[in-house]
Design a protein. Sequence first.
Length: 257
Amino acid sequence: MLDYFLIQFALMSQNRKFLLVVFQRLIEIIANKIHLNLAKINLLKKRKLKWRSLIIVILFLVSLIVLWQGFSTRKTSTIPEYTPPLVMKEGDPYIRALMRTITASEALDSNPYTLLYGGRHFSNFSRHPNQCITIVSVPHKSECSTAAGRYQILTTTWQEKLKKYHHKFFNLSSVNPKSFEPEIQDQVVYAWLTERHVWGVDIAVRLRQGKLNQVLQLLSGTWTSLGYGTENNQATPLLSQVYQRVLTEELTAIKTR
């Protein structure tokens, strides 16, 4: 009998060991599965996080583009009101569009014909106002400028060009030879821009060839805010857009005459 119990006890002990091994193995399998599931979950989380981050970046970039386009459109849309039609009625539409483009950078004002350097206005058109106004910005800070009118022409330059071109557009017997009237401002600058030997090229031809930037660079020694000079401003980067817009207006005006 004692032998029987000893045998049964030994069998139970072996079963216990077997069960313990089985139980340990089950735990290992479950742990591995849990680990794998956790790894998958973490991987999915990482993937979701990457996609979420990518979507956020894309949305941010799209927002920036939309905001920039809106800002540019608002800026561009305000320029034409400061580039009103010329008082002078005749002339090549390409040169006229160029003159209005020069206005956009040089005389950004709703009434450019009366504008003085610095932003004040004058009312007497009997002659160039010749007011020397102190320059407050570099590179000519503390000097003074007599620039005036739609094309911000200096007194000495105006006197020189008026004397040279006045015979082309008015009779001295009936008009003040020193006049700075809006139409005279237009006519003098138009005659100046269309004189080929002054610039070394035919500006109208260059404009018809689509070479606006070459023309602006050529003129930057005279009008320094055209993108290649020393006094660029908020309108300078938009001059190409301004030119295309006013050129369309000038070409349309010819068809309706």
